[in-house]
Ligand binder design. Structure first.
Ligand SMILES: [Zn+2]
Length: 421
Protein backbone atom coordinates (compact mmCIF):
# COMPACT_ATOMS: atom_id res chain seq x y z
CA UNK A 1 0.00 0.00 0.00
CA UNK A 2 1.36 3.43 -0.96
CA UNK A 3 0.39 6.34 1.28
CA UNK A 4 1.51 9.96 1.58
CA UNK A 5 0.92 12.47 4.37
CA UNK A 6 -2.12 14.56 3.44
CA UNK A 7 -2.77 16.57 6.58
CA UNK A 8 -2.59 16.74 10.36
CA UNK A 9 -5.92 17.32 12.07
CA UNK A 10 -5.87 19.62 15.10
CA UNK A 11 -8.89 19.84 17.40
CA UNK A 12 -9.51 23.44 18.50
CA UNK A 13 -12.09 25.11 20.74
CA UNK A 14 -12.53 28.10 18.46
CA UNK A 15 -11.21 28.07 14.94
CA UNK A 16 -11.10 31.88 14.67
CA UNK A 17 -9.01 32.12 17.83
CA UNK A 18 -6.67 29.39 16.52
CA UNK A 19 -6.19 31.34 13.29
CA UNK A 20 -4.84 34.23 15.35
CA UNK A 21 -1.85 31.97 16.07
CA UNK A 22 -1.52 29.97 12.83
CA UNK A 23 -2.18 32.85 10.43
CA UNK A 24 -1.46 36.08 12.26
CA UNK A 25 1.48 34.97 14.45
CA UNK A 26 3.00 32.25 12.23
CA UNK A 27 2.05 34.11 9.06
CA UNK A 28 0.59 31.07 7.26
CA UNK A 29 -2.07 31.39 4.54
CA UNK A 30 -5.45 29.81 5.19
CA UNK A 31 -7.85 28.36 2.62
CA UNK A 32 -11.59 29.00 2.47
CA UNK A 33 -13.66 27.47 5.29
CA UNK A 34 -15.48 24.20 4.84
CA UNK A 35 -18.23 22.64 6.91
CA UNK A 36 -18.39 18.87 6.97
CA UNK A 37 -22.03 18.45 7.84
CA UNK A 38 -21.86 14.67 8.28
CA UNK A 39 -19.11 14.95 10.89
CA UNK A 40 -20.49 18.13 12.47
CA UNK A 41 -17.21 20.04 12.21
CA UNK A 42 -15.99 23.27 10.69
CA UNK A 43 -12.62 22.84 8.98
CA UNK A 44 -9.92 25.33 7.96
CA UNK A 45 -6.99 24.10 5.91
CA UNK A 46 -3.54 25.68 6.11
CA UNK A 47 -1.05 24.50 3.47
CA UNK A 48 2.46 23.85 4.85
CA UNK A 49 4.49 22.63 1.88
CA UNK A 50 2.64 19.59 0.41
CA UNK A 51 0.63 18.50 3.45
CA UNK A 52 -1.79 20.77 5.32
CA UNK A 53 -2.74 21.56 8.87
CA UNK A 54 -6.46 21.09 9.39
CA UNK A 55 -8.04 23.09 12.19
CA UNK A 56 -11.24 21.45 13.36
CA UNK A 57 -13.96 23.04 15.46
CA UNK A 58 -17.06 21.13 16.51
CA UNK A 59 -20.39 22.50 15.26
CA UNK A 60 -22.47 20.25 17.55
CA UNK A 61 -21.95 18.78 21.04
CA UNK A 62 -22.18 15.19 19.70
CA UNK A 63 -19.36 15.72 17.17
CA UNK A 64 -16.25 13.55 17.61
CA UNK A 65 -14.17 16.73 17.94
CA UNK A 66 -16.34 18.02 20.79
CA UNK A 67 -15.98 14.69 22.62
CA UNK A 68 -12.22 14.65 22.04
CA UNK A 69 -11.75 18.15 23.49
CA UNK A 70 -13.98 17.35 26.45
CA UNK A 71 -11.82 14.31 27.27
CA UNK A 72 -8.31 15.52 26.46
CA UNK A 73 -8.44 19.21 25.63
CA UNK A 74 -7.43 20.68 22.27
CA UNK A 75 -4.46 19.24 20.36
CA UNK A 76 -3.44 16.90 17.58
CA UNK A 77 -6.48 14.76 16.81
CA UNK A 78 -5.42 12.65 13.83
CA UNK A 79 -3.03 12.29 10.94
CA UNK A 80 -4.32 11.61 7.46
CA UNK A 81 -2.63 9.45 4.86
CA UNK A 82 -3.73 9.75 1.25
CA UNK A 83 -4.24 6.50 -0.67
CA UNK A 84 -5.23 5.87 -4.26
CA UNK A 85 -7.85 3.20 -3.59
CA UNK A 86 -9.40 3.35 -0.13
CA UNK A 87 -11.38 0.11 -0.50
CA UNK A 88 -8.24 -1.80 -1.47
CA UNK A 89 -6.41 -0.20 1.48
CA UNK A 90 -9.15 -1.26 3.91
CA UNK A 91 -9.15 -4.82 2.52
CA UNK A 92 -5.37 -4.89 2.92
CA UNK A 93 -5.66 -3.85 6.58
CA UNK A 94 -8.58 -6.20 7.33
CA UNK A 95 -6.60 -9.13 5.92
CA UNK A 96 -3.87 -8.29 8.46
CA UNK A 97 -6.29 -8.10 11.39
CA UNK A 98 -5.83 -4.35 11.93
CA UNK A 99 -8.56 -2.86 14.13
CA UNK A 100 -10.58 -0.27 12.19
CA UNK A 101 -13.05 2.41 13.26
CA UNK A 102 -14.63 2.38 9.78
CA UNK A 103 -14.74 -0.86 7.84
CA UNK A 104 -16.36 1.05 4.94
CA UNK A 105 -15.35 4.46 3.48
CA UNK A 106 -17.50 7.47 4.37
CA UNK A 107 -17.75 11.04 3.00
CA UNK A 108 -15.15 13.49 4.37
CA UNK A 109 -14.02 17.07 3.76
CA UNK A 110 -13.40 18.25 0.19
CA UNK A 111 -15.65 15.44 -1.12
CA UNK A 112 -13.07 12.80 -0.35
CA UNK A 113 -13.82 9.26 0.84
CA UNK A 114 -12.32 8.62 4.28
CA UNK A 115 -11.99 5.84 6.89
CA UNK A 116 -10.36 5.79 10.33
CA UNK A 117 -7.98 3.19 11.74
CA UNK A 118 -8.35 2.61 15.50
CA UNK A 119 -5.65 4.38 17.60
CA UNK A 120 -4.95 1.11 19.45
CA UNK A 121 -3.69 -0.38 16.19
CA UNK A 122 -1.56 2.66 15.32
CA UNK A 123 0.29 3.00 18.65
CA UNK A 124 -1.85 5.73 20.10
CA UNK A 125 -2.45 7.79 16.94
CA UNK A 126 -5.81 8.11 15.20
CA UNK A 127 -5.00 7.51 11.52
CA UNK A 128 -7.38 8.56 8.78
CA UNK A 129 -7.15 7.13 5.28
CA UNK A 130 -8.34 9.40 2.51
CA UNK A 131 -9.06 8.90 -1.16
CA UNK A 132 -9.40 12.37 -2.74
CA UNK A 133 -12.41 13.19 -4.92
CA UNK A 134 -11.96 12.20 -8.54
CA UNK A 135 -11.44 14.99 -11.06
CA UNK A 136 -14.44 16.10 -13.06
CA UNK A 137 -17.82 17.32 -11.87
CA UNK A 138 -20.09 15.42 -9.55
CA UNK A 139 -22.86 14.18 -11.79
CA UNK A 140 -25.30 12.81 -9.28
CA UNK A 141 -28.93 13.84 -9.24
CA UNK A 142 -29.86 15.46 -5.94
CA UNK A 143 -33.40 16.04 -4.65
CA UNK A 144 -34.72 18.27 -1.93
CA UNK A 145 -38.21 18.84 -0.55
CA UNK A 146 -38.84 22.61 -0.43
CA UNK A 147 -42.16 23.66 1.09
CA UNK A 148 -44.85 22.39 -1.29
CA UNK A 149 -42.28 21.90 -4.06
CA UNK A 150 -39.79 19.21 -4.91
CA UNK A 151 -36.48 20.56 -6.22
CA UNK A 152 -34.01 18.37 -8.13
CA UNK A 153 -30.62 19.44 -9.36
CA UNK A 154 -30.20 17.59 -12.66
CA UNK A 155 -27.09 17.70 -14.84
CA UNK A 156 -26.17 17.74 -18.50
CA UNK A 157 -22.57 16.56 -18.09
CA UNK A 158 -19.46 18.62 -17.54
CA UNK A 159 -17.63 21.18 -19.63
CA UNK A 160 -14.66 23.49 -19.29
CA UNK A 161 -14.12 27.18 -19.89
CA UNK A 162 -11.02 29.35 -19.92
CA UNK A 163 -10.07 30.01 -16.29
CA UNK A 164 -8.97 33.59 -16.95
CA UNK A 165 -12.27 34.42 -18.64
CA UNK A 166 -14.21 32.84 -15.75
CA UNK A 167 -12.61 35.22 -13.23
CA UNK A 168 -12.36 38.44 -15.23
CA UNK A 169 -9.92 40.91 -13.68
CA UNK A 170 -8.93 38.59 -10.79
CA UNK A 171 -5.27 37.50 -11.15
CA UNK A 172 -4.69 33.79 -11.66
CA UNK A 173 -2.73 33.19 -8.40
CA UNK A 174 -5.87 34.20 -6.49
CA UNK A 175 -8.35 31.92 -8.30
CA UNK A 176 -6.29 28.89 -9.26
CA UNK A 177 -6.20 27.39 -5.76
CA UNK A 178 -10.02 27.41 -5.81
CA UNK A 179 -10.40 26.28 -9.43
CA UNK A 180 -7.29 24.56 -10.78
CA UNK A 181 -6.74 24.99 -14.52
CA UNK A 182 -5.82 22.17 -16.90
CA UNK A 183 -2.96 22.24 -19.45
CA UNK A 184 -5.21 24.21 -21.82
CA UNK A 185 -5.95 26.81 -19.09
CA UNK A 186 -9.51 25.62 -18.65
CA UNK A 187 -11.38 25.02 -15.39
CA UNK A 188 -13.93 22.30 -14.75
CA UNK A 189 -17.58 23.32 -14.67
CA UNK A 190 -20.93 21.54 -14.58
CA UNK A 191 -24.25 22.25 -16.26
CA UNK A 192 -27.08 21.70 -13.82
CA UNK A 193 -30.63 22.41 -14.90
CA UNK A 194 -33.11 22.73 -12.04
CA UNK A 195 -36.26 20.63 -11.97
CA UNK A 196 -39.21 22.07 -10.02
CA UNK A 197 -42.09 19.68 -9.37
CA UNK A 198 -45.34 21.16 -8.13
CA UNK A 199 -49.09 20.64 -8.17
CA UNK A 200 -49.15 22.57 -11.47
CA UNK A 201 -46.62 20.26 -13.18
CA UNK A 202 -42.92 19.90 -13.84
CA UNK A 203 -40.67 22.78 -14.85
CA UNK A 204 -37.07 22.60 -15.99
CA UNK A 205 -35.02 25.78 -15.56
CA UNK A 206 -32.31 25.84 -18.25
CA UNK A 207 -31.56 22.57 -19.98
CA UNK A 208 -27.83 22.26 -20.56
CA UNK A 209 -25.96 22.18 -23.84
CA UNK A 210 -27.62 19.28 -25.66
CA UNK A 211 -26.02 17.30 -28.49
CA UNK A 212 -25.82 19.62 -31.48
CA UNK A 213 -22.32 20.99 -30.99
CA UNK A 214 -19.75 20.15 -33.73
CA UNK A 215 -16.71 18.09 -32.68
CA UNK A 216 -14.24 20.99 -32.82
CA UNK A 217 -16.25 23.17 -30.40
CA UNK A 218 -17.07 20.14 -28.23
CA UNK A 219 -13.32 19.62 -27.87
CA UNK A 220 -12.60 23.28 -27.08
CA UNK A 221 -15.25 23.21 -24.33
CA UNK A 222 -14.32 19.65 -23.21
CA UNK A 223 -17.98 18.61 -23.35
CA UNK A 224 -18.38 15.39 -21.38
CA UNK A 225 -21.36 13.53 -22.85
CA UNK A 226 -20.96 10.06 -21.29
CA UNK A 227 -23.70 11.04 -18.86
CA UNK A 228 -26.07 13.83 -19.77
CA UNK A 229 -29.56 15.19 -19.18
CA UNK A 230 -31.39 12.07 -20.41
CA UNK A 231 -29.50 10.01 -17.82
CA UNK A 232 -30.21 12.56 -15.12
CA UNK A 233 -33.93 12.62 -15.95
CA UNK A 234 -33.99 8.81 -15.95
CA UNK A 235 -32.38 8.82 -12.49
CA UNK A 236 -35.25 11.05 -11.37
CA UNK A 237 -37.69 8.57 -12.93
CA UNK A 238 -38.54 10.92 -15.83
CA UNK A 239 -38.04 11.44 -19.55
CA UNK A 240 -38.02 14.52 -21.80
CA UNK A 241 -41.77 13.93 -22.27
CA UNK A 242 -42.36 14.49 -18.54
CA UNK A 243 -41.46 18.18 -18.71
CA UNK A 244 -44.41 20.62 -18.91
CA UNK A 245 -42.52 23.91 -18.83
CA UNK A 246 -38.96 24.90 -19.80
CA UNK A 247 -37.77 28.27 -18.49
CA UNK A 248 -34.61 30.04 -19.74
CA UNK A 249 -32.38 32.18 -17.50
CA UNK A 250 -30.83 33.37 -20.79
CA UNK A 251 -30.25 31.82 -24.21
CA UNK A 252 -26.49 31.06 -24.17
CA UNK A 253 -25.63 27.60 -25.53
CA UNK A 254 -24.53 26.18 -22.15
CA UNK A 255 -27.95 27.08 -20.70
CA UNK A 256 -30.45 26.53 -23.49
CA UNK A 257 -28.58 24.48 -26.13
CA UNK A 258 -30.48 21.47 -24.77
CA UNK A 259 -33.82 23.07 -25.68
CA UNK A 260 -33.71 21.69 -29.22
CA UNK A 261 -32.48 18.48 -30.84
CA UNK A 262 -31.76 17.12 -34.29
CA UNK A 263 -34.05 14.62 -35.94
CA UNK A 264 -32.44 13.74 -39.24
CA UNK A 265 -31.86 17.07 -40.95
CA UNK A 266 -34.58 18.81 -38.95
CA UNK A 267 -34.43 20.58 -35.59
CA UNK A 268 -37.24 20.20 -33.09
CA UNK A 269 -38.08 21.00 -29.47
CA UNK A 270 -36.32 18.58 -27.15
CA UNK A 271 -39.20 18.44 -24.64
CA UNK A 272 -42.17 17.39 -26.81
CA UNK A 273 -44.87 18.37 -24.29
CA UNK A 274 -43.33 21.54 -22.93
CA UNK A 275 -44.19 25.18 -23.24
CA UNK A 276 -40.98 27.22 -23.40
CA UNK A 277 -40.92 30.41 -21.31
CA UNK A 278 -38.56 33.06 -22.69
CA UNK A 279 -38.17 36.74 -21.79
CA UNK A 280 -38.98 38.72 -24.96
CA UNK A 281 -36.06 41.14 -24.61
CA UNK A 282 -33.60 38.24 -24.22
CA UNK A 283 -35.07 36.73 -27.40
CA UNK A 284 -34.51 40.05 -29.19
CA UNK A 285 -30.85 40.15 -28.08
CA UNK A 286 -30.25 36.48 -28.90
CA UNK A 287 -31.71 36.76 -32.39
CA UNK A 288 -29.77 39.99 -33.11
CA UNK A 289 -26.27 39.05 -31.94
CA UNK A 290 -23.20 41.25 -32.35
CA UNK A 291 -19.49 40.41 -32.60
CA UNK A 292 -19.10 40.13 -28.84
CA UNK A 293 -21.93 37.63 -28.13
CA UNK A 294 -22.33 35.79 -31.46
CA UNK A 295 -20.33 32.76 -30.26
CA UNK A 296 -22.69 32.29 -27.29
CA UNK A 297 -26.06 32.71 -29.03
CA UNK A 298 -26.44 29.76 -31.42
CA UNK A 299 -29.59 30.27 -33.45
CA UNK A 300 -30.33 26.52 -33.75
CA UNK A 301 -30.81 26.45 -29.98
CA UNK A 302 -33.94 28.58 -30.00
CA UNK A 303 -35.28 29.55 -33.49
CA UNK A 304 -36.82 26.06 -34.00
CA UNK A 305 -38.87 26.59 -30.84
CA UNK A 306 -40.63 29.62 -32.28
CA UNK A 307 -41.15 27.78 -35.59
CA UNK A 308 -42.81 24.93 -33.67
CA UNK A 309 -45.11 27.44 -31.90
CA UNK A 310 -44.12 26.30 -28.40
CA UNK A 311 -42.70 29.55 -27.00
CA UNK A 312 -44.59 31.75 -24.57
CA UNK A 313 -42.85 35.11 -24.44
CA UNK A 314 -43.15 37.28 -21.35
CA UNK A 315 -42.06 40.78 -20.38
CA UNK A 316 -40.43 41.97 -17.18
CA UNK A 317 -40.11 40.44 -13.72
CA UNK A 318 -43.00 38.18 -12.79
CA UNK A 319 -44.23 35.04 -11.12
CA UNK A 320 -44.21 32.54 -13.99
CA UNK A 321 -45.81 29.72 -11.97
CA UNK A 322 -46.91 29.60 -8.32
CA UNK A 323 -43.66 29.59 -6.29
CA UNK A 324 -41.43 30.45 -9.26
CA UNK A 325 -40.51 34.09 -9.84
CA UNK A 326 -37.97 35.58 -12.25
CA UNK A 327 -35.99 38.77 -11.68
CA UNK A 328 -33.78 40.42 -14.27
CA UNK A 329 -30.19 40.76 -13.09
CA UNK A 330 -28.67 41.97 -16.33
CA UNK A 331 -24.88 41.97 -16.23
CA UNK A 332 -23.94 38.69 -17.87
CA UNK A 333 -26.32 39.47 -20.73
CA UNK A 334 -28.55 42.52 -20.80
CA UNK A 335 -31.59 40.39 -19.91
CA UNK A 336 -30.04 37.61 -17.82
CA UNK A 337 -32.46 36.63 -15.05
CA UNK A 338 -32.26 34.69 -11.80
CA UNK A 339 -35.07 32.47 -10.56
CA UNK A 340 -36.52 32.72 -7.04
CA UNK A 341 -38.20 29.59 -5.72
CA UNK A 342 -40.48 30.46 -2.81
CA UNK A 343 -42.50 27.98 -0.79
CA UNK A 344 -43.35 27.28 2.86
CA UNK A 345 -41.68 30.52 3.98
CA UNK A 346 -38.36 29.50 2.44
CA UNK A 347 -36.49 30.97 -0.53
CA UNK A 348 -34.09 29.32 -2.93
CA UNK A 349 -32.37 31.18 -5.77
CA UNK A 350 -31.17 29.63 -9.00
CA UNK A 351 -28.43 32.16 -9.64
CA UNK A 352 -27.26 30.95 -13.10
CA UNK A 353 -24.32 33.11 -14.24
CA UNK A 354 -24.60 35.73 -11.47
CA UNK A 355 -22.65 33.43 -9.10
CA UNK A 356 -21.49 30.69 -11.48
CA UNK A 357 -19.52 28.71 -8.86
CA UNK A 358 -18.74 28.76 -5.14
CA UNK A 359 -15.38 30.35 -6.11
CA UNK A 360 -17.29 33.50 -7.16
CA UNK A 361 -18.58 34.60 -3.74
CA UNK A 362 -16.62 37.84 -3.58
CA UNK A 363 -18.57 40.70 -5.14
CA UNK A 364 -15.91 41.82 -7.69
CA UNK A 365 -15.13 38.27 -8.87
CA UNK A 366 -17.12 38.79 -12.07
CA UNK A 367 -16.66 36.81 -15.26
CA UNK A 368 -14.79 38.32 -18.22
CA UNK A 369 -17.67 37.04 -20.37
CA UNK A 370 -20.14 39.48 -18.82
CA UNK A 371 -21.31 42.19 -21.21
CA UNK A 372 -22.14 44.63 -18.39
CA UNK A 373 -19.81 43.77 -15.49
CA UNK A 374 -20.79 46.78 -13.36
CA UNK A 375 -24.43 45.62 -13.51
CA UNK A 376 -23.32 42.15 -12.42
CA UNK A 377 -21.41 43.71 -9.52
CA UNK A 378 -24.37 45.79 -8.35
CA UNK A 379 -26.91 42.95 -8.58
CA UNK A 380 -24.57 40.41 -7.02
CA UNK A 381 -23.65 42.67 -4.10
CA UNK A 382 -27.32 43.09 -3.20
CA UNK A 383 -28.25 39.45 -3.83
CA UNK A 384 -25.44 37.96 -1.74
CA UNK A 385 -26.06 40.36 1.16
CA UNK A 386 -29.75 39.38 1.10
CA UNK A 387 -28.90 35.67 0.72
CA UNK A 388 -26.69 35.76 3.83
CA UNK A 389 -29.12 37.84 5.92
CA UNK A 390 -32.28 35.94 4.93
CA UNK A 391 -30.75 32.46 4.51
CA UNK A 392 -31.61 31.90 0.88
CA UNK A 393 -30.62 28.48 -0.42
CA UNK A 394 -28.35 29.14 -3.41
CA UNK A 395 -28.61 26.72 -6.34
CA UNK A 396 -25.36 26.66 -8.33
CA UNK A 397 -25.67 25.85 -12.04
CA UNK A 398 -21.97 25.65 -12.94
CA UNK A 399 -20.12 24.65 -9.76
CA UNK A 400 -18.39 21.32 -10.41
CA UNK A 401 -18.99 20.00 -6.87
CA UNK A 402 -21.66 21.97 -5.03
CA UNK A 403 -25.27 21.90 -6.27
CA UNK A 404 -26.81 23.88 -3.42
CA UNK A 405 -25.79 25.60 -0.22
CA UNK A 406 -26.11 28.57 2.11
CA UNK A 407 -23.66 31.46 1.84
CA UNK A 408 -22.26 32.23 5.30
CA UNK A 409 -19.88 34.86 6.60
CA UNK A 410 -17.35 34.33 9.40
CA UNK A 411 -16.24 36.87 12.00
CA UNK A 412 -13.56 38.13 9.58
CA UNK A 413 -16.18 38.81 6.91
CA UNK A 414 -14.92 35.93 4.72
CA UNK A 415 -17.69 34.18 2.82
CA UNK A 416 -18.08 30.44 2.42
CA UNK A 417 -20.74 28.00 1.36
CA UNK A 418 -22.32 25.54 3.74
CA UNK A 419 -23.06 22.75 1.31
CA UNK A 420 -26.55 21.25 1.36
CA UNK A 421 -26.48 19.25 -1.89
ZN1 LIG B 1 -23.27 29.88 -18.13
Amino acid sequence: MKAVLDHIGIAVQDVEAALAFYCDALGLEVEAPEDVVTQRVRARHIPVGGPKLELLEATAPDSAIAKYIEKRGPGIHHITLRVEDIRAALDHLKARGVRLVDSEPRPGAEHAQVAFIHPSAAHGVLVELKQPAAQGPLLDVKRLGFGDLQLTMLHDGGFKLDGGAMFGVVPRPLWETLAPADDRHRIQLAMRPLLVEAEWGRMIVDCGVGDKMPAKQADIYALARERHLDHALAEAGLTSASIDVALATHLHFDHFGGATMREGAALKPRFPNAQYLIRSAEWEDATHPHERNRASYLQDDFLPLKDAGVVRFFEGDMTVKPGVRVERSGGHTGQHQVVFIESGGKTAVYVADMIPTTAHLQDPWVMGYDLFPMDTLAFKRRLIREAIDREYLILFEHDPRVSAGYIRENARGQRFVEQVL
